[in-house]
Structures are given as C-alpha cells and as structure tokens.
Design a protein around this ligand. Structure first.
Ligand code: GAP
Length: 478
C-alpha cells in the first residue's frame, strides 16, 4: 500500500469513528432514520443540540453582544419571490448537471472526475462503458414552495438559500428604527435550504443547514480595509475556540461570484480534506442596488414565471434611492458597500467535533490500560460543563451529590449520573467532552470536599464544595 493510500484509509476510518461517536452519544442522527433516512438532512440529538447552540451563542457573543457596531436580526425564511429575482438567485443560483439516461443518476458537470457510476460504483460515469450522458443543463438549487392553497406561478416562492437577503431586505427598517451609523453590521443566525445535488461528507454539505451571517455596511473606499479586518477577526474566532491553527487556512478566490469584488474562504482540514467553513466577501453595493431595482419591478409583475421577468433598469439617481444612507458627517447620501462574513453553523460544529476527537490511554477499573476516546472541546462549547457523580448509591452520597447538582445547575449546564461504576461514568463524560467530573465520596460527607477530575489530563484534585462555582467559571474563562 502506498503512503498516500494508507493516509486516505486512516482519514476515512477517523471520519467513520467520529460519525459513530456522534451517533452513539446522541450528537447527530440521520433525519427520518426510522423510515430509512433521507439524504442531506440531519437531526441534532440531546448532546448535539447543546453543542451547536454553544457554537451559535459563541458566534452571537463575538459578532453582536461584544460589539457596539453590530445589531441582530431574525428575518423570515419565506420571503417575497421578487427578492430572489433581484438577488440573482432565480437566474443564477444553479449548478450545471449531467444526467445518465442508463442509470438515471445526476452528476455535477464540474465534478465528473469525482462522480461514481450508478451501475458500476467502482467506476466513473466517464468510463463505465454503459453511460448515456446528456449535455450539461442548469439545475436551480432553490427549494420551491407555494404561499397559500393555489399552486400557480404567482404563489410560488422559495425556501431561502441564504440568510443574507433577509438582512438586505431589512436594511431600511434597521436604519430607521435604531441609532446605527455606517460603518455598522446586521447579523443573523438561521436555517437555509439548498437542493444540493450531491449532499456529502456527513453534515458538511446538507440540503437543510444553518448559517451565521453578518452584513457589514461601510463607506465606499473603506471596504478593502474592512475586508482585511474581517478576515482576521473571523479566523481568530475559530482558533480562540480551540481549532488547531495548523488545520486552518485562508483561500483567496481567483474566480469571483457575480456580486463579489474579493472573497477569501476560511478552510479547515477535515479528515476528508480541506473544506470551506466560512466565506468573507466584499459584496460592494451590489445587493442594495439590486433590491432598489427589485422594488421598481414588483408593481409591474403580473405573477408570471419570474425567470422570464426583466428587472427594471437602475434609476439614474440610484445613490439617493430607498436603500441609500444619509451620512450626517459627510452630508451626503450614498449606497454603502458591504463586507459579508458568512459562516455555517453545521460546518463549524463538525470542525469543532473533528478537531476535538482524540484517543489516548487510561487504566480501567482493574488497572488494565485501555484506549480512551475523548472530545477535547473548548469548555465554552462543551455540551455539559461538569458532571456530578456520587461514588456510591448509598451512605448519603446521592443526596449530597444532588444538592451540589441543584446548586450548580442554576448557573451552568451540568449533569447528574449515578448509573454505573465510576470509571464507566468518567468514560461516558470524556466521550461527550465534559471538562470536569465532580465526585462525591466518603470524605465529602466528613469534610465537605469533592474530587474534581480534569477531562484532558485526568488529574484529580480535592476541592471544597463551596469553591466549585469559581472553579467552573475559571475553566469557562468567565
Ligand atoms: N451569503 C453568502 C453565502 O451564503 P456561501 O459560501 O454559499 O455564502 C456560507 O455560504 C456558508 O454557509 C458556507 O461557508 C458554509 O459554511 C455554509 N454552507 C453553505 N452551503 C452549505 C451546505 N450545503 N451545507 C452546509 N453548510 C453550507
């Protein structure tokens, strides 16, 4: 076996182990698994929902709470269909597809080398010998739906493929209802939907996923500087939450999307290879100008097929349009430029899981050394901050442990577990990434001290019960 083949084998077995752990410990399940599952949709179980919520909270804290120049938003998933015409999604949000008339499979035209034949999975459709391939045809990635009971073109709209357009559509509302001044940002977290042709790599490419996006409106001419700043700020966010610096890289796009003047992706080295976590784009004034055209078009739209509609031309005086901004200092009206850091909550969660996964060795109850699986998650991301474990199910241990649990759970997400041998309970907490295990034993009853075991070092220290809150806060960096 060559070195690269064995590296690929190791990576795929690492990914299999991570997927198995996420299922075993209640992080991630396939959607509708009971019915055989559906492709490209995932359910977050009791541990997964906590982890992903902590990722989204950490993003919200860094992007909204800790900044004076960013406000939040939660816009609807369903929007006026003209939004998607103006944004360019109706006409341009598509992938070129090739169908095979023999096996009825559909492939992305730009990924034919990586495609797998439907009849001979060991081969590519390019050389399976039976394929009858069509010419590439564009396939729009937006999910269609209908507003109300009548399914005609005037009622047709789409599940949003990005949260960004809800922000642009509320730009004027935010300006008129808050005291924001350019430069400022509007941030939101929410579901997006894309009918991906090949959902793959676990949650990495899904059809339903969550985005964490921020549109930062700035004075034209300052956009290049803001772009650089946001690339740095966003990369630092991942490393501060524990992602290995050596597994992160920046990738500048040389082929730019129609709306972008510059784009840099933050990529992470997943076990299956480098993958985009977040894209930071300089979207210029493209979107606000497009929506000014959209609102000039909507009154004339007869409800017919949107792809046949031509957007109204831009007003000559567009700089003074409905989505312009009056700058008090400059005494001038203009359309701000936009820097967009657009991240995926599911991809970030997956990256944190992959980076945290580790195997080391630890002695079992009989002193035999065995392999230990541990999630070395940053304590702020860990689903459970501490587990309170009575050593015995008698002699007052459960009562004392419950008292500690009741006290700590007012402040932190903690767990109480008296179900098995102590070693087994430690392993379970290690596998879900709990930073601290607090054990109540005979000494606790005598002198009010407990054992605190550190997930990463497995070192144990003895601490007075009344110091536990401070200890957990210190661990969380609060
Ligand atoms: N508003 C710009 C925008 O949506 P994007 O690069 O298409 O840009 C931003 O998406 C982020 O959303 C990506 O970096 C990724 O983290 C996440 N994302 C996009 N498509 C996804 C999918 N099919 N599954 C999971 N996450 C996805």
């Amino acid at each position: 076996m060559t070195a690269s083949a064995s590296a690929a084998d190791n990576s795929s077995s690492l990914m299999e182990k991570i997927v198995a752990l996420t299922k075993r410990r209640g992080f991630i399940f396939q959607s509708s698994e009971l019915y055989g599952g559906i492709n490209g949709a995932w359910d977050y179980g009791p541990m997964g929902v906590l982890l992903k919520r902590n990722v989204k909270d950490a993003w919200w804290r860094a992007m909204v709470h800790d900044r004076e120049d960013v406000v939040g938003l939660d816009s609807a998933i369903l929007m006026h269909p003209m939004v998607w015409k103006a944004s360019g999604h109706v006409d341009g949000f598509s992938d070129p597809m090739i169908d095979c008339k023999t096996c009825k499979k559909r492939f992305r035209a730009d990924d034919m080398d990586g495609a797998i034949c439907g009849q001979k999975p060991s081969k590519s459709p390019l050389n399976c010998g039976l394929a009858q391939l069509t010419e590439p045809r564009n396939f729009n990635l937006m999910f269609e739906t209908f507003l109300g009971p009548i399914s005609d073109s005037s009622a047709k709209t789409f599940l949003r493929p990005e949260t960004a357009q809800g922000i642009f559509a509320n730009f004027a509302n935010v300006i008129s209802t808050t005291r924001v001044k350019v430069p400022f940002g509007i941030a939101q977290v929410g579901k997006s939907f894309r009918n991906e042709i090949n959902p793959r790599n676990f949650t990495f490419r899904s059809r339903e996923f969550e985005q964490m996006e921020m549109e930062f409106f700035c004075v034209p001419g300052t956009d290049d500087d803001w772009f650089k700043k946001w690339v740095e700020i966003r990369k630092r966010w991942y490393t501060e939450l524990g992602l290995s610096d050596g597994k992160l890289r920046l990738r500048e796009h040389d082929k730019l999307a129609h709306y972008s003047k510059a784009t840099t992706d933050i990529e992470y080295l997943f076990p299956f290879g480098w993958g985009e976590l977040e894209g930071i784009a300089n979207r210029t004034d493209f979107d606000l100008r497009q929506h000014q055209r959209g609102i000039r078009t909507v009154g004339k739209w007869d409800g017919g097929d949107l792809s046949a509609v031509e957007l109204a031309a831009e007003d000559e005086d567009y700089q003074k349009g409905k989505l312009s901004y009056f700058d008090d200092e400059k005494k001038q009206r203009y359309i701000p430029y936009v820097i967009e850091p657009a991240a995926g909550a599911d991809r970030a969660t997956l990256a944190f899981l992959c980076d945290a996964y580790a195997e080391d060795s630890a002695p079992d109850a009989k002193g035999n050394v065995e392999t230990r699986v541990v999630l070395r998650l940053h304590p702020r991301l860990a689903p459970i901050k501490a587990a309170i474990l009575p050593l015995m199910r008698k002699d007052g241990h459960p009562e004392r442990a419950r008292k500690i649990y009741d006290d700590l759970k007012r402040r932190f997400f903690v767990d109480y577990d008296e179900s098995a041998a102590i070693g087994k309970r430690y392993r379970r907490q290690d596998e879900i990434g709990t930073p601290l295990c607090i054990t109540v034993d005979y000494d606790t009853i005598k002198d009010g001290t407990v054992t605190v075991r550190d997930r990463d070092t497995m070192q144990q220290i003895r601490v007075s019960e009344d110091k536990l809150r401070d200890l957990i806060e210190e661990k969380l960096g609060m």
